[in-house]
Write a protein that binds this ligand. Structure first.
Ligand SMILES: [Zn+2]
Length: 451
């Protein structure tokens, strides 16, 4: 089961438009991720110590760059009563194309290229948009779609989930809604008014509440996915005793296949592309096997890690593909778990080679795991739809951990800061003019459709 998703382009937006709206309006929560052409380079000072300066600098970057893609993942809890809880999941990847000149940072370009972003496809099939308050000419344009989505999110108070997503929210706001407010307080006030169901930042929760030592998105996802698989295996084993509390903590996701669309003409390029992705996944899995085989026979001292420690901590390595050490998260997590187990049980390195992997908090007989799903190649780890899926998955895991998760709403992670950015409207702040005007327009639209 690979992560299926709806690939939304100019070829099918009109067909998928009502399905996207319906699926999102029905969601228990929606996870969002975006891809853009610039994160800000050193000179942009997007990590300025003063948060207001930081906002101003980030706004400059957002206004001169472009959104490339938006990932939206709808998580729908099937029933409140069902234990373990089950979430039905629909993934959407919207490819965008800004209809204006914009800047592309070399760093972002390389990042996108390394992640397998298809620039040719973006040029041919990206959904055209212009920034700010300008409207779509096309009734089924992407800005119209996002105005409708916002209306539903607002009316139904659907929570929004991001991972370290301040920049994503700024890009979305500026690209699809209206001009960025003149200061951060007003921006925060606008966000709290737009998203009354709350914004949850899984990066904030993992760093400040769960206190995870490593908290980049794909690492958390892989780690939690392993935990869930083991819990479910225990749950499904009739010989193993597990209490109600244990059952309550478990959950399952059911990823839905993409909505069928009338096949227009299948382009040779798409077929080619699928072939490429398949083979890259196969290659990734092959090289993993090779590495494992190699590792078994190796007598290297244990201290020397075969994975890249820089990558294992931050999800980022300067050397990229030139790095000689592994960036494979499955391999890294295997090694981390082994070393945790060694610490706990005092097994010597030599005995440990074939030791079964057990999470540190669960020293029980773990039945064999269900067959591993097809693991996507590294390129998948940074597509917008997969990042939004991982964000939502991490959020569900956090939901199971905390009793009153609503206390963690509306606190956005700030890089290098000890306190989060509160998303709220103070009595002394008014909403921006741009948002007030758009809100009035949306309300008119809403009355038009319901009367
Ligand atoms: Zn590396």
């Amino acid at each position: 089961m690979s992560q299926s998703f709806n690939d939304v382009t100019t070829e099918n937006l009109a067909q998928l438009y009502p399905k996207i709206l319906h699926t999102l309006a029905d969601a228990t929560f929606i996870a969002i991720d975006t891809e853009f052409t610039g994160l800000g380079v050193k000179g942009d000072n997007v990590r300025a110590a003063n948060i207001e300066d930081r906002y101003q600098n980030m706004a400059k970057v957002v206004k001169s760059h472009a959104l490339n893609a938006i990932g939206l993942t709808a998580f729908k809890r099937t029933s409140e009563a069902e234990k373990p809880s089950v979430y039905r999941v629909d993934n959407f990847n919207l490819l965008l194309s800004l209809q204006a000149s914009y800047t592309v940072s070399a760093q972002s370009l390389r990042f996108l290229a390394d992640s397998g972003f298809d620039f040719n496809k973006q040029i041919r099939l990206g959904l055209p948009y212009t920034t700010g308050s300008a409207e779509d000419k096309d009734a089924f344009g992407v800005k119209n779609l996002f105005r409708n989505i916002l209306m539903d999110i607002n009316r139904l108070q659907i929570p929004i989930i991001i991972h370290n997503g301040l920049m994503d929210l700024m890009y979305l706001y500026y690209s699809l809604y209206t001009d960025l407010p003149s200061n951060l307080q007003v921006f925060a006030a606008d966000l709290s008014d737009m998203f009354p169901g709350g914004i949850y930042d899984t990066k904030y929760v993992s760093d400040y509440v769960s206190k995870e030592p490593v908290s980049f998105l794909s690492y958390l996802f892989k780690k939690y996915e392993r935990e869930e698989k083991r819990r479910l295996a225990i749950l499904n084993n009739p010989d193993q005793d597990h209490g109600e509390k244990f059952t309550k903590r478990c959950f399952r996701v059911e990823i839905q296949p993409p909505f069928p669309i009338e096949q227009v003409m299948r382009k040779a390029v798409d077929v080619e592309e699928e072939g490429r992705l398949d083979s890259s996944a196969a290659q990734a899995s092959n090289s993993r096997k090779k590495r494992r085989r190699k590792n078994k026979g190796s007598s290297a001292p244990k201290e020397e890690k075969l994975y890249c420690e820089q990558y294992a901590l931050h999800g980022y390595c300067r050397q990229n593909k030139q790095c000689g050490k592994s960036h494979d998260l499955d391999y890294i997590l295997d090694e981390v778990e082994k070393s945790q187990k060694r610490k706990k049980t005092g097994i010597t390195a030599a005995d440990d080679e074939e030791a079964a992997v057990t999470p540190p908090d669960m020293n029980v007989d773990v039945p064999p795991l269900p067959a591993a799903p097809l693991i996507p190649g590294p390129s998948f780890y940074h597509s917008a739809h997969f990042d939004s899926y991982m964000t939502g998955y991490v959020f569900v895991h956090q939901l199971q951990e905390f009793r009153d998760y609503t206390t963690h709403a509306n606190k956005l992670y700030l890089i290098g800061k000890d306190i989060p950015l509160p998303i709220q409207k103070s009595a002394f702040t008014s909403l921006s003019k741009g948002w007030q005007e758009l809100k009035a327009e949306l309300q008119k639209m809403n009355h038009g459709t319901t009367s």
